[in-house]
Design a binder for this molecule. Structure first.
Ligand code: ASP
Length: 341
């Protein structure tokens, strides 16, 4: 009996662990690559004007170009992630930085995180209201403090000390998003109404994220968001939680998520995908499918992820009608997408 048990355990272990020659960490790295997202949701063609659609593609392309330029010049994946995310934070089209949604008190409280897959260092900020580009604050927490996460006033004080760009909270005021919030308040706890995007009239999450692979074979991932419209004061979503909205490990993959944050936290989505890649025979795409297409909806959540491994394999998986997304692996050949097809 004991032998039988031992044999079964060994068989399971053998089936679940990758053979050394299959481990991504042991194989030559793939080409420099950048993959980004600008939020997932019920993004439908019929609700879009051609101009609006064009504006999204242009903003995504600008983010891709900006990050890829860093990689191409021999820069680090971390810097490419920051460059791409800053472009999207500065655009009102996305729910991050300048386009952040309003919380239940009519304030913009921003969250962001970043992770270095080469050494598992990570940084995050949550509930900040005056840092123009929260992704740069997350990076400062990672590189200039001994902490992983800082919140609210403390994070802002630290950002000032690090000479990051500070703005008045009114910088984040966007009248279309404000009107969206007022409508949501009227609808009182109507989650569907809370997700209506004022720019596209679609229901969507607009968090932004990027995952990059540099010429040194290092992966980095980052995510930045305003959270969810009408969220309760002080609510923190998955975006700044390492392992939920963001994760990066050269030995498995980098992941950035967008979606209903509470579900992504409870399922530790980003880390779960990375673990499936690391410890099972699933490919990156299969791992992403198993978490995003099965586990998240089973619990009642929705959203999507982007992921990238050291070989340059990409996944852009979502269980919603669309996800603003794109990738670039060759100079001048960036591709951006909105809908499922
Ligand atoms: N995941 C974000 C949050 O829950 C929302 C989003 O993806 O837009 O805060």
């Amino acid at each position: 009996m004991r032998f039988f048990l031992l044999f079964s355990l060994l068989a399971i272990a053998a089936a679940c662990s990758k053979k050394p020659d299959e481990r991504v960490a042991d194989r030559p790295a793939g080409p420099i690559t950048l993959v980004i997202h600008g939020g997932a949701g019920t993004i439908k063609r019929e609700n879009m004007t051609p101009e609006r659609e064009q504006a999204y593609h242009a903003a995504l392309q600008q983010a891709l170009d900006s990050g890829y330029t860093v990689l191409e010049r021999g820069g680090k994946s971390l810097d490419a992630v920051i460059a791409a995310i800053k472009v999207m934070e500065n655009s009102p089209l996305f729910n991050a930085g300048k386009g952040a949604v309003f919380n239940s008190e009519g304030k913009n409280e921003l969250d962001a995180s970043i992770m270095d897959g080469s050494n598992l260092m990570a940084g995050a900020v949550a509930g900040v209201t005056t840092i123009k580009n929260p992704i740069t604050a997350a990076y400062a927490v990672m590189t200039k403090s001994e902490h992983v996460m800082m919140i609210g006033d403390g994070a802002e004080k630290f950002a000032r000390e690090q000479n990051l760009e500070i703005v008045d909270p009114s910088y984040f005021f966007d009248s279309l998003r404000y009107k969206q919030w007022l409508k949501t308040k009227e609808a009182e706890a109507d989650r569907e109404a809370a997700l209506i995007d004022p720019y596209t009239k679609d229901k969507k999450f607009g968090t932004v994220g990027a995952v990059a692979l540099d010429q040194y074979g290092n992966i980095a991932a980052g995510t930045s968001t305003g959270g969810m419209t009408n969220k309760k004061y002080g609510r923190v979503g998955d975006a700044p939680i390492i392992g939920a909205g963001t994760y990066a490990d050269n030995a498995s993959c980098g992941v950035s998520a967008t979606g209903w944050g509470e579900f992504f936290i409870r399922l530790a989505v980003a880390h779960d995908i990375a673990s499936l890649v690391k410890y099972t025979d699933l490919s990156l795409q299969e791992a992403a499918d198993s978490v995003v297409m099965k586990k998240v909806p089973r619990l009642g959540g929705d959203g999507g992820i982007i992921a990238l491994d050291r070989l340059g394999n990409i996944s852009m998986t979502f269980n919603t009608a669309g996800m603003y997304r794109g990738y670039i692996q060759k100079k001048g050949e960036g591709k951006t997408f909105i809908y499922k097809d």
